[in-house]
Ligand binder design. Structure first.
Ligand code: HEM
Length: 561
């Protein structure tokens, strides 16, 4: 059958469609309109919304099976010619001009890489990121002589207290410093450099496939299953003998280990079959662990696409308890949670002590996940239609199963008194803490800068993610999360092949000149605590600035000239 031909759409036409609310993205030079698919998408609506107006070729390749990509072809509406230059998607604050009569559709109204600096002209379709005005990055002066510079809606301060000038200029200075450091450390964001990186990344992907690194090592999973079974059996044996503390420790260790396989399954990284891997994932996460795989997927998919973006990545949004960037001091709006992350009195207090409370908070990570799981399942936040429609129902069955065996069978029936129950609950929930530390470790100390829309997918992943160096025999303890960089570049590679893939990624990094962040476990933790301490110090300085302004000037408006 002859391949269907598609009309060529100009940049201006695509911009007009997006301005009209259509969810358009580009992949492999085709234009896709995802609107009718949004409620069906197993990857969630937000994953697609972050790709609107962008070339999503690498994200789409990294995150989908061949069948899903085939299915995607149904949503093609056109083609583009030449190199696509990304818009900032509407969800990230991008502005798009509707088509008006007399618009010259052939003409590229605004070349992607040429940016008008005239702020008085018609509204730009490319809302500047907080830092950049264009492809050739130049640090933006946010507060010039002619008044305040435009704020990106995604970063604008909505604090109920009017932000005083000195506080804001202090935050701007840190933003500039951080960005300058990133600009010096990573390759230029000009289109040619980024194109070369992308071409080499795609070659690397082909090489990985050719070397068979997508083939699952089922033997390794047999060993995993044996380990899980031993931990589970020991937990019940000690419970039977009435030795509650060792029983709780083994149960916690069982959960700690299980999370890694749930993570593999959630990424379709075991059999690569969507339904098979999802069933494995739900049995592990929901039935055995009491956590929602669907919640995790919704969260994690977005995390993989907008890694370490303070406004968008739920994995670094922990206000009012922790913040890994000074940008959280501006009460940003989270596009994931659709709410303001207030920098209120509680946050001010907690952030000041965050380097000390970090590990303590992590001890309660699992309890927090129950809350998030139930919120996800009861509010039916997952897809209700399409291939994943049944997941939510299966997960509810899994949750009831979990409540029955753990809360009723173990805690209530097998343990005789409330104190022992309480201790058992605490220990079993705190032992898996290293997995939470591991998740934070991969990203908390890495860059959170907004490098604008032209940064390529591979460069963004390498800038925001770190790997942990560990001896091979300890791989089981880290569960593959120590190869987070490799995993972010190629999320569907089965876990047990990541160590072999690492060598190829290292060669790629050397070739394209992107630093590959690799730290020892202890050093990585020091980096994370160091980042938390730095942000805490910045909070203290900001508070001091604001106090001086309040005392020295108009206490109501806090303005100071
Ligand atoms: C109309 C366009 C799209 C279609 C038809 C589509 C289809 C699918 C399908 C069928 C799956 C299930 C997993 C699989 O079989 O691979 C999936 C998963 C996923 N999609 Fe899409 N997708 C589209 C656009 C996008 C875009 C633009 C993104 C953003 C990068 C995205 C991100 C994801 C993610 C992260 C998953 C993983 C979900 C999981 O593993 O449960 N998708 N998509």
């Amino acid at each position: 059958m002859a391949e269907k031909t598609y009309p060529i759409l100009s940049r201006r036409q695509i911009e007009g469609l997006i301005a009209d609310g259509r969810r358009i993205f580009i992949a492999n030079q085709y234009v896709f309109k995802a609107d009718p698919w949004l409620p069906y998408h197993p990857g969630g609506d937000k994953a697609i919304l972050h790709m609107v107006g962008r070339d999503a070729t690498d994200e789409v390749t990294a995150l989908h099976s061949a069948e899903a990509r085939e299915q995607m072809n149904r949503y093609r509406i056109g083609r583009i010619e030449g190199r696509w230059s990304n818009f900032v998607p509407p969800i990230q604050g991008g502005k798009f001009r509707p088509l008006v009569e007399g618009d010259d559709l052939e003409k590229e109204a605004e070349e992607g890489d040429v940016v008008s600096t005239d702020t008085s002209s018609s509204p730009s379709s490319r809302e500047p990121s907080p830092v950049f005005d264009g492809a050739e990055p130049e640090i933006r002066k946010r507060r010039g002589a002619d008044g305040p510079a435009p704020k990106s809606p995604s970063t604008s301060s909505v604090s109920s207290v009017e932000p005083d000038d000195d506080g804001m200029s202090y935050l701007d200075t840190i933003t500039r410093e951080k960005t300058t450091l990133d600009l010096e450390k990573y390759p230029s964001l000009d289109l040619d450099t980024q194109d070369t990186i992308v071409a080499k990344y795609r070659d690397l992907g082909e090489r990985i496939k050719a070397e068979g690194l997508y083939k699952c090592n089922y033997g390794a999973y047999a060993i995993e299953c044996t380990r899980y079974s031993i931990l589970f059996a020991l937990a019940f044996l000690f419970l039977h003998w009435g030795w509650y503390v060792p029983s709780a420790v083994f149960l916690g260790a069982f959960w700690h280990q299980l999370v890694f396989t749930a993570h593999d399954a959630g990424h379709m990284g075991i059999t690569h079959g969507f339904h098979t891997d999802t069933v494995i994932g739900i049995i592990i996460a929901d039935f055995l662990g009491g956590l929602s795989l669907g919640w995790w997927k919704r969260n994690h998919n977005v995390h993989h696409i907008v890694t370490n973006a303070p406004e968008h990545d739920p994995d670094i949004e922990h206000m009012p308890f922790m913040a890994v960037s000074h940008r959280f001091f501006t009460s940003m709006r989270s596009t994931f949670y659709d709410r303001i992350m207030e920098y209120d009195a509680a946050a001010k207090f907690m952030l000041r002590i965050q380097p000390y409370t970090y590990y303590i908070l992590l001890l309660f990570g699992r309890v927090n996940l129950y809350r998030l799981s139930w919120d996800y399942l009861l509010a039916r936040r997952g897809p209700q239609k399409g291939p994943a429609w049944w997941h939510g129902w299966f997960e509810i069955v899994g949750q009831l199963f979990f409540i029955t065996w753990y809360f009723y069978g173990v805690l209530y029936k097998s343990i005789p008194n409330n104190w022992d129950r309480f201790v058992f609950f605490l220990i079993s929930h705190m032992v898996p803490m290293p997995v939470h530390a591991q998740i934070c470790l991969s990203h908390f100390a890495m860059s959170t800068s907004d490098m604008g829309p032209h940064e390529s997918f591979p460069q963004k992943m390498l800038r925001t993610t770190m790997d942990i160096d560990c001896p091979q025999w300890l791989d089981f303890f880290h569960g593959g999360l120590q190869f987070q960089v490799i995993h972010h570049l190629f999320p569907r590679i089965p876990r047990h092949n990541l160590r072999r893939t690492q060598k190829l990624v290292q060669e790629f990094c050397n070739d394209v000149g992107i630093p590959y962040a690799l730290y020892g476990f202890v050093d990585g933790n020091k980096q994370v605590v160091g980042t938390l301490a730095e942000v805490s110090r910045q909070a203290a300085i900001l508070a001091k600035c604001q106090k001086v302004i309040c005392e020295g000037d108009d206490p109501i408006h806090g303005h100071h000239h």
